[in-house]
Design a protein around this ligand. Structure first.
Ligand code: ADP
Ligand code: MG
Length: 361
């Protein structure tokens, strides 16, 4: 009799636990936690789904600490951070001991520079400063003179000039000034995604003004995101993101120098020292934020003739570019994934390839 009642009580307790667990699961799976954190001049919206407030809050607090640290350490022009100290040492022709994290960032960037044939080139910090883009807001004033630009571009500073010896780094050229503006956001969001994964958070989006990393799903469906039309505030296309994917866009519509009615983009062609103007927006879908961020910049520099080769070299299979005449260039894999929302007359579907097409567009 006693055994029977113990058994019944155990069953009841088990049932209660099961019901409570599944109710909390249903409740949690619909729960959405949102927080906004500032890094590198951008607000990053973090959306976490299906977790308790406490777990989400602890994760975003850790991300806030990471962002605060890298905002200082990877900053291109503000003093006090590790990269800035390295730049000062390189300009004095001195070597410098740097952290594991900065070594990782620089070596990964160096590899991306080589793959992009030098079109993604973070060593052109002096050129970027000369154009006035070492500022949190779009610069005012006059563009630098041809003489200044030629002088800075002529030395062809490159991350390939860096020489690593354990934790010590030096440069074979004093003209190397590292500006990680084209990858820092991607690298920071990758670190943030790692924090979420390590804490067992499965479904989330980290969105830095349209550059984003996605984890898992939105309810049972994919996270749906939009690519902004560079010529308006509308969306040019929408995409259902797969778990673990990232989408990064480089464009000249947000940061530029305007002088006498001419807009100079903040993306520079390292070969000439001048801003790019053929491509007004380049988007890359990938699985690594840092790669997508660097590749979007490199494809914008490569322009209509060379982007398909650079995409091939950087192992980018999904890309969408818009040129200054409103023409769209889309890889076949990207075309299969996106839903175009804008009516465009000229759409070129181009496979990434090691062959240069010349001027056939
Ligand atoms: P966004 O800031 O809009 O995401 P990007 O990722 O393309 O755009 O980064 C642009 C920034 O990268 C510039 O503000 C500048 O600091 C730096 N930059 C400009 N041109 C290049 C280049 N060719 N290679 C590497 N970095 C660049
Ligand atoms: Mg970029």
């Amino acid at each position: 009799m006693l055994r029977k009642s113990v058994l019944l009580t155990t069953c009841f307790v088990l049932l209660t636990v099961l019901v409570t667990l599944s109710i909390s699961r249903i409740f949690n799976s619909d729960r959405e936690y949102r927080e906004t954190i500032y890094v590198f001049g951008t607000l990053v919206d973090i959306v976490i789904r299906g977790e308790t407030v406490q777990k989400s809050r602890e994760a975003t607090s850790e991300i806030a600490r990471v962002f605060k640290r890298v905002h200082v350490d990877w900053h291109a022009w503000k003093s006090g951070g590790e990269l800035n100290e390295l730049n000062e040492a390189l300009a004095r022709d001195e070597d410098k001991e740097i952290s594991d994290e900065l070594i990782w960032l620089l070596k990964t960037s160096q590899r991306l520079t080589i793959q992009s044939e030098g079109l993604f080139e973070p060593a052109i910090g002096n050129l970027i400063a000369a154009w006035g883009f070492h500022s949190d807001i779009s610069p005012q004033g006059v563009p630098p003179t041809n003489k200044t630009i030629l002088k800075l571009a002529d030395t062809s500073p490159s991350l390939q000039d860096l020489v690593f010896d354990g934790h010590t780094v030096r440069s074979s050229k004093t003209s190397v000034r590292i500006d990680l503006g084209a990858v820092a956001k991607g690298a920071a969001l990758d670190l943030a995604a790692d924090v979420l994964k390590r804490r067992g958070i499965e479904n989330a989006v980290l969105n830095a003004g349209g550059d984003l990393n996605v984890l898992g799903k939105y309810k049972a469906r994919a996270w749906k995101v939009a690519i902004r039309d560079p010529t308006s505030w509308n969306a040019i296309a929408s995409i259902d993101m797969r778990p673990g994917e990232v989408l990064y866009t480089s464009g000249n519509y947000e940061r530029y120098l305007e002088h006498n009615g001419v807009r100079f983009s903040h993306i520079l062609d390292p070969r000439t020292g001048y801003p790019v103007n053929d491509i007004i927006s380049a988007s890359v879908l990938h699985t690594k934020g840092m790669v997508a961020d660097a590749a979007a910049t490199a494809l914008a520099v490569a322009g209509p003739e060379d982007w398909a080769r650079i995409a091939w070299r950087m192992n980018v299979k999904l890309a969408l570019l818009v040129d200054s005449r409103g023409r769209l260039y889309i890889t076949p894999a990207m075309e299969r994934r996106l839903k175009l929302l804008k009516v465009a007359t000229d759409i070129f579907i181009v496979e990434p390839t090691n062959v240069t097409y010349g001027t056939e567009y």
